[in-house]
Design a protein around this ligand. Sequence first.
Ligand code: ADP
Ligand code: MG
Length: 245
Amino acid sequence: MLEINHLKKYFGELEVLKDISMSVEEGEVVSIIGPSGSGKSTLLRCATMLETMNGGDLLYGGTAAVKNGTYANKEQLAKIKEFYGLVFQNFNLFPHYSVMKNLIDAPVHVQKRSKGEVMEEAKQLLEDVGLADKADAYPCQLSGGQQQRVAIARALAMHPQMLFFDEPTSALDPELTTEVLKILRQLAEKKMTMVIVTHEIDFARAVSDRVIFMADGYIVEEGAPADVIDNPRNPRTQAFLRKVQ
Ligand code: ADP
Ligand code: MG
């Protein structure tokens, strides 16, 4: 589904991502853990083309968005962007749109799908995330956990092949975290392909097929949760996990 080869990213003089290579298979759930400032968000932002990468390749379903640091043309990129969805830390809902309008806006106006069909589907998605009764509410009337569940439903309304999450629960109180993680678990059970940056180590252990530990712009260690989380080999992984668990 996703292949990244030798990704490099600079902010000015600062090299933030140093030769990152990773891939994600269909149906796989990959968690990315690591200290603050290690480059996790920048990696997701490069992978989803919110940031420009300075070198390397980025491929979705075998199609190159970036080859050797050179981007494909606008039309090709627009097509590739339909492949994935992204859910942020701070929900990023449109505050002046109702929940329903947040869900249907892009499928109707960007993807040009029929409004009736999209609305039917949006109702089902809201039911799936436990918010069937909130279609007419505005984001400010919802709790953080509810807003994040709307954000997940909104991403799903675009029919992505895979989803990226950047610390989807870090802005939430513990009791609201649980309801969001439950939705992610359900998506994992349905074999949604997902890349999740998270500080929730127990969740990462339970839900991931693979865990990537990043530090200082490198992938330091990668493997099954039973190895990386419960039996880390690298001293930096060991030190990080001692601190957060
Ligand atoms: P993480 O998500 O792991 O906490 P980030 O990817 O946010 O790490 O940041 C990695 C490094 O890149 C940090 O040193 C951060 O200060 C720097 N950085 C992130 N975004 C920018 C930016 N837009 N401009 C300059 N430096 C940035
Ligand atoms: Mg981050």
